[in-house]
Design a protein around this ligand. Structure first.
Ligand code: NAD
Length: 457
């Protein structure tokens, strides 16, 4: 078994050294999850709901320590770690509330001695391979409904959020879940690949498009359920009729919250030419005011980046590429000289689609702002991407927003808001942003298979 170190991105210090699972231990865990699954599926829904309620109690009683652990492990400001845990609870409560009604048997026909009924059965053993940017939130999308619907789960947290993943497993044990119903699998990409070699019944993945493609290819031909929540290059269009100061403040938060490491972070902004200069100035002023620092300090808004080499190199490349092609740097553009992995929040104006900052996922504290002549140009540019996760429009004119957003090819659209996820709405990406849906009642049905009953008599 290989060793790997969990580093604190804000200091570079080693928090803990862990052993990765090997192909053999992954296979053994799969075997245990397979054996545990039928009894878990046979456990009445109300008992599963009760166990989940105990899991919730455990989580709430340890929330402060869990938030601190998350902050130390991924570099997220403590306040935002608390927000993530609160968000987890909101999604969790939605699933608890909707489980029974969503899975209830449905009689769709009953006449002349013939009845037709739809019921739902779990898929079996689920592999959940996850990302580090919101381990609680993206985990909740998958393992909570997967468990509630009677599946057992092999959960591979990101190698950059493993301690949080192990803490989740401890909460399930402390809540009294049967053994082997939720099993963490520890390690990086090779461990994820080893997990996919097991005959699991479904794979639910959150991460980059590049890895999502590999996962889809790895299980192609096995005809199992695959859910992919992937990256985005989420556009936002600011019309000329907005309150510039309010729109600048709202969209700056949408771009830089969680250090821009959100799948639905605003990644590129289009602004009507008539207010372009005023908007860019107001936006940059907001960004310059962000408090950058120790993630554990209460007023920090921008913490450390989670992945040192990959992220800082990608951000430097995007800045250099944009500058070489004529962009203007309004702030940031460089790593910050301090312990840990920090990048100064960066605003680029006078950008265009030949630049990487407007075409490749940034997943960090950087934004490009481009002027557009009218709504048609904005729609064309917003759709000029292989991704399709979220898109937004700021305007007081609802009919105009509806017209624009109706033409946009993405799973989620926002009017006068951004970087927002609701448990009540389906979360789905189009194109390179993924396939399948989580959250909402779609996100419960993703983990079951329908059974059609023809009853005569
Ligand atoms: P990543 O693709 O690098 O890694 C994700 C997971 O895949 C990790 O657990 C990793 O160990 C595992 N993995 C890597 N190679 C593998 C392989 N060959 N086989 C099996 N598993 C493998 O992504 P990341 O850096 O953890 O997360 C950032 C990405 O996730 C961004 O692109 C972001 O947009 C996306 N994301 C999307 C959503 C969404 O809801 N759409 C949510 C959060 C993050």
């Amino acid at each position: 078994m290989a060793e790997f170190q969990v580093l604190n991105p804000a200091t570079g210090d080693v928090i803990e050294t862990l052993q990765s699972d090997s192909a053999e231990t992954v296979a053994a865990k799969f075997g245990r999850a397979r054996v545990a699954q039928p009894a878990w599926a046979a456990t009445p829904a109300n008992q599963r709901l009760e166990l989940m309620a105990r899991f919730r109690e455990q989580l709430v009683s340890q929330k402060d320590e869990l938030a601190r652990l998350l902050s130390r492990e991924v570099g997220k400001p403590l306040q935002q770690a608390h927000n993530e845990l609160n968000g987890f609870l909101g999604r969790f409560d939605f699933f608890q509330e909707k489980l029974v009604s969503t899975l209830a048997d449905e009689t769709v026909f009953d006449a002349d001695g013939m009845a037709e009924v739809i019921s739902h059965e779990p898929l079996g053993v689920i592999a959940n391979i996850s990302a580090w940017n919101y381990p609680w939130l993206v985990g909740c999308n998958v393992f909570i409904p997967a468990l509630l619907t009677g599946n057992t789960v092999l959960y591979k947290p990101s190698e950059f959020a493993t301690l949080t993943g192990l803490a989740m497993a401890r909460l399930f044990s402390a809540a009294g879940f049967p053994e082997d119903v939720f099993l963490p699998v520890v390690g990086a990409g090779e461990t994820g690949a080893a997990l996919l070699e097991q005959p699991v019944n479904g794979v639910f993945f959150t991460g980059s498009y590049a890895t999502g493609r590999k996962i889809n290819q790895a299980v192609a031909g096995r005809l199992i359920r695959v859910g992919l929540e992937l990256g985005g290059k989420d556009p936002l269009y600011v019309c000329e009729d907005v309150d510039v100061a309010a729109a600048a403040a709202g969209t700056a938060d949408g771009a830089f919250y969680n250090n821009g490491q959100s799948c639905c972070a605003v990644e590129r902004i289009y602004v009507h030419a008539s207010i372009y200069d005023a908007f860019v100035e107001a936006f940059a002023a907001n960004v310059k005011d962000f408090v950058i620092g120790d993630p554990l300090a209460p007023d920090t808004y921008i913490g450390a980046l989670t992945r040192r080499d990959v992220q800082i190199r990608a951000l430097e490349e995007q800045v250099a590429d944009a500058m070489a092609k004529g962009a203007k740097l309004l702030c940031g553009g460089h790593p910050i000289e301090r312990a840990g992995w920090y990048f100064a929040p960066t605003v680029l104006s006078h950008v265009n689609h030949t630049m990487k900052v407007m075409s490749e996922e940034s997943f960090g504290p950087i934004i490009g702002i481009q002027a557009v002549a009218d709504d048609d140009e904005a729609v064309r540019l917003m759709n000029d991407t292989p991704y399709g996760l979220t898109s937004g429009v700021y305007t007081p004119d609802k009919a105009r927003a509806k017209r624009i957003l109706g033409q946009i090819d993405s799973g989620t659209v926002y009017w006068n808001c951004c970087d927002r996820v609701s448990p009540r709405l389906p979360w789905s990406g189009r194109g390179h942003s993924g396939m399948g849906a989580t959250l909402s009642t779609y996100g419960i049905l993703s983990f079951v298979q329908p059974k059609a009953w023809h009853w005569r008599g």
